[in-house]
Design a protein around this ligand. Sequence first.
Ligand SMILES: Nc1ncnc2c1ncn2[C@@H]1O[C@H](COP(=O)(O)OP(=O)(O)OP(=O)(O)O)[C@@H](O)[C@H]1O
Ligand SMILES: [Mg+2]
Length: 223
Amino acid sequence: MIKLINICKTFKTESSSQQILDNVNFSILPEDFITIAGPSGCGKSTLLSIISLLTTPDEGKITYNGTNVDFSSQKQLEKLRINYTGLIFQNPNLISSLSVLENILLPADYKKYGKKSIINKAKKLLDEVGLSSKINADVTKLSGGEQQRVSIVRALINEPKVLFCDEPTGALDQKTSGQILQLLLDVAKKNKTAIVMVTHDNNIWQKGTRKVRLQEGNLIEMA
Ligand SMILES: Nc1ncnc2c1ncn2[C@@H]1O[C@H](COP(=O)(O)OP(=O)(O)OP(=O)(O)O)[C@@H](O)[C@H]1O
Ligand SMILES: [Mg+2]
């Protein structure tokens, strides 16, 4: 579904140059649950940002369902992002002046779904994450775990093919972290969404159906 071919990325400053990705080749298949580990600063977030089309690689090619990604075309990038990708980060990054539903509807693609059907979808997803009763709540009054559940619904609202998660439970206590992870896996399965998850937690990493490590610019898949 998504293919990376010889992807390279180097960050340069006046005095130094740091190669983050060195000819990375990798494929993401429908309904994969890929976990990515690697030392702090090795480039996991950068890799996620490149695969999800938020950062331009220096070299190499990315294809989405066989279509070559053209990083100079904002229009194509926007279309691919909206059709394929959902993003979840360590912090939920909700807008505090908006309600739960309003936050979820922020990235909604009304052209594709229409307002009524998107609100129904938001309600269904909120139900799946156990937050039906909080639909009109003030997001600042939710717990960290509840806020993260709202961000999961927001990430799923346009029915992405892949959810990119960067340490999605990193800010939560162990118990909540386990619950959120399970919920994420259940909701992704129900909605037939692949997951690519960066994690520092070895227990979470072990749960991946495909486990990879980013080491010295290379992605190494473990058996
Ligand atoms: N926009 C940028 N400009 C220059 N350097 C950058 C930029 N983004 C990231 N870097 C550098 O690239 C390296 C990799 O960063 P990245 O955030 O991808 O690491 P990471 O593996 O996600 O780390 P962590 O596990 O701590 O989150 C770091 O040394 C970082 O300082
Ligand atoms: Mg990171």
